[in-house]
Design a protein around this ligand. Structure first.
Ligand SMILES: NC(=O)c1ccc[n+]([C@@H]2O[C@H](COP(=O)([O-])OP(=O)(O)OC[C@H]3O[C@@H](n4cnc5c(N)ncnc54)[C@H](OP(=O)(O)O)[C@@H]3O)[C@@H](O)[C@H]2O)c1
Length: 224
């Protein structure tokens, strides 16, 4: 059997556990290290050094430090944690200095990445018709820290005058809706994640993409 891709999980909450389950049932991946199962733990640097790819699903408070530490080990990364994008220039420097590969996305579900492309097209089409007002709505479970979501910010970056309203309640794993509203009619685009499997599958696709590469990549740009 071909060698499996060795994964180090950093963060073992909702997403870390979902990715672990997929790896356990996969012929292509094995988890060799799990760090930061809770806030009182330290990074398992020895274990991470043995991995092909480290996958970070922690929080914006610790993700930058994790990227610095993992980069020093020369290990490539998939970063799913959101809320840190104002530090993108710092991260680019860390990636270049340590000659690693890093891929990130506010949303690793393939469906949402198709949605991103649709939003590029919608932005072009609706720019010719100023009679349409735009607004966005995103709903996430009550434990989600960042608001608006990284996905909402990414969509808002594509469409002029688009502001998102955020709801944090219940257990929704992720809902995003963009509405174009005129006096005559309304066009609605929406994506509802039913669970976290789509994110985890996308993360493992990203792990395959980034293995052996150098530099920084956005999942949306390299998915196809
Ligand atoms: N890109 C995507 O597709 C995508 C999809 C879903 C979620 N996300 C993002 O991924 C991140 C994690 O999401 P999640 O739902 O898995 O969160 P979660 O269930 O809260 O899990 C986070 C994990 O990281 C640990 N952690 C958090 N802060 C830490 C700190 N300061 N020091 C050490 N360990 C820490 C947590 O430990 P404790 O249990 O002790 O807090 C837990 O093990 C969030 O930023 C979320 O927005 C991205």
């Amino acid at each position: 059997m071909a060698n499996k891709i060795k994964i180090a999980l950093i963060g073992y909450g909702k997403m870390g556990k979902e990715i672990d389950t997929l790896c356990q049932n996969s012929k292509d991946f094995e988890v060799v290290s799990i760090s930061l199962k809770n806030k009182s733990e330290k990074l398992d640097l020895k274990g991470i050094a043995k991995a092909d790819i480290a996958i970070d699903f922690t929080s914006r408070d610790v993700v930058l430090k994790n990227i610095e530490e993992v980069a020093k080990l020369g290990v490539n990364m998939v970063v799913g944690t959101t809320g840190w994008y104002e530090d993108i220039d710092k991260v680019k420097k860390i990636v270049e200095k340590n000659k690693i590969g890093l891929i990130y996305s506010p949303n690793f579900s393939v469906g949402v990445n198709v949605f991103f492309k649709m939003m590029d097209e919608a932005a072009k089409l609706f720019s010719k018709f100023p009679e349409y007002d735009t607004y966005g709505l995103e709903i996430h479970h009550k434990a989600k820290l960042d608001s608006p979501s990284g996905t909402a910010l990414k969509i808002a970056g594509k469409i002029k005058n688009l502001n998102f309203h955020s709801v944090r309640a219940g257990s929704n794993p992720g809902f995003h809706e963009v509405v174009f509203d005129s006096l005559a009619d309304k066009i609605t685009f929406s994506h509802q994640a039913y669970n976290r499997i789509g994110f985890a599958k996308g993360v493992l696709k990203a792990a395959k993409i980034i293995k052996g590469k150098k530099g920084i990549y956005i999942f949306e740009d390299v998915l196809n």
